[in-house]
Design a protein around this ligand. Structure first.
Ligand code: PLP
Length: 388
């Protein structure tokens, strides 16, 4: 199905994050857009045309941010939802009906895994989890009811990078949708629609907002598809409050500078980690040792603000390391201005068994680092004292 068409982008991303979708300005206009914290709007009597209501996702702050997010991804339209999970759920439910089959990468955020394998299955949507690094993996598991392929790239938390070429050729050949969760990259580093995806999903809670103070999600695609997603958003009540839209607009203004700085710091931290004897393995797509380094060079504009490493001392070493951190905070979530450290076995992938985690490359002792905007030498000094 055609879920993406690409409109031309009038400016580069650094300008779009500040002004994308804005109309002309005039003397007296506020430089900061007003927060319109109203749920209801006065209507023309005698019809339901143009009914504005916060849950319909069509109020002023939602409209502004949705135009901008669509421009950033090079999509016709976008919708902001109440969370990344809301975006994934509504984005996929707009494509799938009971009896349909979804192929999904097994390398996905734990919450998404649960949504697909528990909730969707109960709704009569069949889901097959696939190892996307196995040759011809997708084609082998196709069924005549397969309606979409869902991938996450780069992958939380292993930073694996999926090659878009084969899978996007397959979805085009079959006329089914390719849906990409691009949370880890942000549009600064990767724009999936340019690589054959039909739908892009983000947890806006992460890099897009970048300040650890908004929960939100985004779905981008064509106008008719986004209208379908909006119907799901409306009935499942997944719409964000205007204040969340307003805060996301504020956070987004610095996306370009934040992510570029996070890319640079992460590269330095990854090189440092790779050289430490306490670290068995460092996972960062910018490292030549990363299994997907060449794909990352080809596909990404930056290697990202997430670094992961496995401690040689396993779970006990990870406990000790986490307790000794002074600057970096031990907290779930990612993509913000403050450096956060987490252990996926206790956070993003806690509902998987240790064996299931090991199968997707997350052994005990695995540390995920979301690199913030602190001076990189200070971050490294903190990690180093915690390792010693
Ligand atoms: N997708 C990815 C890759 C994530 O890491 C997360 C959360 O960690 C989500 C989706 C869900 O986002 P949210 O917490 O905003 O619902």
């Amino acid at each position: 199905m055609a879920t993406s068409r690409k409109p031309a982008r009038p400016h580069t991303l650094a300008t779009l994050v500040l002004h994308g979708g804005e109309g002309p300005h005039a003397p007296g206009d506020p430089v900061v857009p007003p927060l319109v914290q109203s749920v209801n709007y006065v209507q023309e009597p005698g019809g339901d045309d143009n009914l504005m209501y916060t849950r319909y996702g069509n109020t002023p702050n939602a409209d502004r941010i949705q135009k901008r997010l669509a421009l950033l991804e090079g999509a016709e339209a976008s919708l902001m939802l109440a969370s990344g999970m809301g975006a994934t759920a509504c984005g996929l439910l707009a494509l799938l009906r009971p009896g349909d089959h979804l192929l999904a990468s097994q390398f996905i955020y734990g919450g998404t895994n649960r949504l697909l394998t528990e909730e969707f299955t109960q709704m009569g949507i069949n889901v097959t989890l696939v190892d996307p690094f196995e040759p011809r993996a997708w084609r082998k598991r196709l069924r005549k009811e397969t309606r979409a392929i869902f991938i996450e790239s780069p992958v939380n938390p292993t930073c694996r990078v999926l090659d878009m070429r084969g899978v996007s050729l397959l979805t085009k050949e079959l006329g089914i949708a390719l849906v990409v969760d691009s949370t880890f990259a942000s549009p600064v580093n990767f724009r999936p629609l340019e690589h054959g995806a039909d739908v892009v999903i983000h947890s806006a809670t992460k890099f897009l907002n970048g300040h650890h103070d908004v929960l939100g999600g985004v779905v981008c695609g064509t106008v008719p598809y986004i209208d379908e997603v909006r119907q799901k958003e409306i009935v499942w009540g997944q719409t964000p409050d205007p204040f969340a839209c307003w805060l996301l607009e504020r956070g987004l203004k610095t996306l370009d500078v934040r992510v570029k700085r996070q890319n640079e710091s992460s590269m330095q931290i990854a090189r440092w980690a790779e050289a430490r004897k306490e670290v068995r393995r460092c996972h960062y797509p910018g490292l030549e040792s990363h299994p997907d380094h060449e794909i990352a060079v080809d596909q990404l504009d930056g290697f990202g603000g997430m670094v992961a490493f496995e401690l040689a001392g396993g779970a006990r070493a990870a406990d000790r390391f986490a307790k000794r951190l002074k600057l970096a905070r031990y907290a779930a979530s990612l993509g913000g201005v403050d450096t956060l450290v987490s252990e996926p076995r206790f956070s993003s992938h806690s509902r998987l068994t240790a064996d299931e985690r090991a199968r997707i490359g997350i052994p005990d002792g695995f540390i995920r680092l979301s690199v913030g905007l602190e001076d990189v030498d200070d971050i490294i000094a903190d990690l180093e004292q915690a390792l010693r």
